[in-house]
Design a protein around this ligand. Structure first.
Ligand code: NAG
Ligand code: NAG
Ligand code: NAG
Ligand code: NAG
Ligand code: NAG
Ligand code: NAG
Ligand code: NAG
Ligand code: NAG
Length: 481
């Protein structure tokens, strides 16, 4: 059980604002010309070489609620049986997209065979994928079985209450198609008016299966996963509770009423006011840059003040062990971090001293968007960054994101346990509230959600196995037990 109550904590804060928070956002589905191409809604192949996979199996609807029985794959095959459980009343379609073992773009057809999308070179407008790539799920309570015929990477298993629209664009890098996927962030995306979600997976000969439920960018349809491994063990990440979006939006509205921030505007609704999804604050800020502007200022000032006079210890959880960080002037610097203050040079010559190589380049105060996204400003990684820096960034940003830097035990990070995450304020209420409405509290809600103190709950919601047997994905909340 998570140990926090929103109203009490929020009212206890000194960060109450008098500005009026924005209500939820409306989507207005557009056409191909309204698509905004980014790195988040595209999959770029590295080859166009298509190898026709043999038909493995047709999707089969099992009209019972019995535990799924799917034949185990052989250890040397990339075949991955999927059991898709529909717990929603309406009609649901599934889609599988990704890159095949040659890194060519593939989509799975309902007959179990790969479809290799194409693209025309003659236009820059995204072109619709018209092939039959929707796998209709059976009625509520049924399990639909389909086998991914071979290894796949950068893959998603999508679910939609209706039909999703996929597109391709010509890529001059490969002289072939790039896939353009539905975007949760763009309110004019052609698929924006329907409720959808996905789980991400990669299944390779070298690495096995790695699948996650990610709420880093948005939360939509309630999806849960369970992986049956070759050795008979199971792992699960149960995802959002049924009807979670309505509850999350109610909580966000409550928080917006308290602190005046645009929390409720993270929620998108269709023209009739039906709630569809919740977009992460970093993605929301990318289209509404004035939101959350001053939100963290006082908190950051307090963190800076605290660690000016005493050290912040970051446990890198690597061979480098724990390192001490302190605020000097405007910058937080950590011993041994390449972005920290360089070691004091032995003043061997007058000339060297003049070049002042000890210019500090530590961590500047982050902006709200830096804190929500963990990949910009002081948290942006550069190719020259050393291993220590790469270990500190996730842990430092996670500490900001969970508001654990100024609570008891917060001077060591990671330190405070999951029950104390988000008990400070201001905090990332998107992450906090999403985790509250997850069945088991698992599922990435910000990019470094896999940072945990050793032995504590791993909130990332990943299932992984070198020899996966069956991946079950449940739509609409867990099956009744
Ligand atoms: C794919 O390529 C397009 C340009 O053709 C680019 O805009 C997009 O960011 C790329 N996507 C990824 C995931 O790198
Ligand atoms: C895949 O099969 C289709 C239909 O049989 C055929 O037209 C196509 O050329 C094949 N592609 C490759 C790469 O073999
Ligand atoms: C898949 O279904 C189609 C249409 O029902 C059928 O013609 C085909 O033989 C089936 N393929 C397999 C592998 O069962
Ligand atoms: C499966 O369970 C659902 C929900 O409990 C129920 O509505 C449905 O009738 C069941 N289906 C079968 C075939 O028993
Ligand atoms: C989730 O899994 C996908 C596929 O393996 C991976 O690309 C992505 O980075 C993962 N997401 C997170 C937040 O780790
Ligand atoms: C070197 O640069 C830092 C930061 O810009 C400054 O604080 C320090 O005084 C400089 N030292 C010398 C000797 O100029
Ligand atoms: C949490 O799980 C993720 C995914 O398996 C993993 O990358 C990460 O290292 C785990 N974190 C800890 C502290 O074990
Ligand atoms: C994304 C996120 O969790 N942001 C949090 C980062 O850290 C600060 C400091 O606690 C929180 O207030 C933010 O909510």
């Amino acid at each position: 059980m998570r140990g926090f109550m929103i109203p009490t904590l929020a009212i206890a804060t000194a960060f109450v604002s008098s500005t009026l928070a924005l209500p939820f956002s409306r989507v207005h589905p557009g056409t191909a010309s309204n698509i905004i191409i980014t790195d988040k809604n595209t999959v770029n192949a590295t080859t166009t070489i298509a190898t026709n996979a043999t038909i493995i199996s047709n999707a089969t609807i099992i009209s019972s609620n019995a535990t799924t029985q799917v034949s185990e794959r052989s250890a040397t095959s990339g075949r991955l049986p999927l059991a898709l459980v529909n717990n929603l009343a309406g009609s649901v379609n599934a889609y599988v997209t990704g890159l095949d073992k040659n890194n060519a773009l593939v989509m799975l057809q309902p007959n179990g065979q790969w479809y290799y999308p194409s693209a025309s070179e003659s236009t820059t407008t995204p072109q619709p994928v018209n092939a039959n790539v929707a796998i209709p799920l059976g009625a509520q309570g049924s399990t639909t079985q389909v086998t991914v015929p071979d290894y796949i990477s950068a893959a998603r298993v999508w679910f939609a209450e209706g039909e999703l629209q996929f597109f391709t664009v010509w890529s001059s890098a490969t002289n072939g198609p790039s896939l353009v996927e539905p975007s949760a962030v763009n309110p004019s995306d052609p698929s924006s008016g329907i409720s959808w979600g996905f789980v991400e997976l990669t299944n390779t000969a070298a690495g096995g299966l790695y699948a996650n439920i990610s709420y880093v960018d948005f939360a939509g349809l309630a999806l849960g996963m369970s992986l049956l491994s070759g050795d008979g063990s199971t792992q699960s990440a149960l995802g959002l509770q049924p009807q979670a979006i309505a509850s999350i939006c109610a909580d966000l509205a409550l928080q917006g009423g308290v602190d005046g921030q645009d929390w409720e505007a993270l929620c998108q609704a269709d023209a009739n006011g039906n709630l569809l999804r919740v977009v992460a604050p970093s993605d929301y800020i990318s289209t509404s840059p004035n939101s959350f502007g001053e939100y963290f200022n006082e908190y950051i000032a307090l963190v800076w003040e605290t660690y000016t006079t005493s050290p912040l210890t970051i446990d890198t959880q690597t061979g480098a062990g724990s390192v001490a960080c302190t605020v000097q002037g405007d910058l937080l610097t950590c011993a041994g971090d390449n972005r920290g203050r360089s070691p004091v040079r032995k003043a061997s010559s007058h000339r060297q001293r003049k070049t002042n190589t000890s210019k500090p380049t530590g961590y500047a105060k982050p902006s709200p968007s830096d804190i929500f996204g963990c990949n910009s400003g002081p948290f942006a990684l550069e190719s020259a960054d050393n291993a220590l820096h790469r270990a500190i960034v996730p842990r430092l940003c996670a500490a900001f994101n969970r508001s654990t830097l100024t609570i008891a035990g917060g001077s060591v990070q990671p330190g405070p346990a999951a029950k104390d995450y988000y008990t400070g304020n201001p905090t990332n209420w998107y992450s906090a509230i999403i985790h509250m409405h997850e069945v088991d509290g698992k599922g990435y809600a910000f990019p470094y959600d896999d940072v945990n103190p050793a032995g504590d709950i791993n909130q990332s919601g990943v299932v992984a196995d070198a020899n996966p047997s069956v991946l079950t994905v449940t739509v609409g909340g867990p099956s009744p037990t």
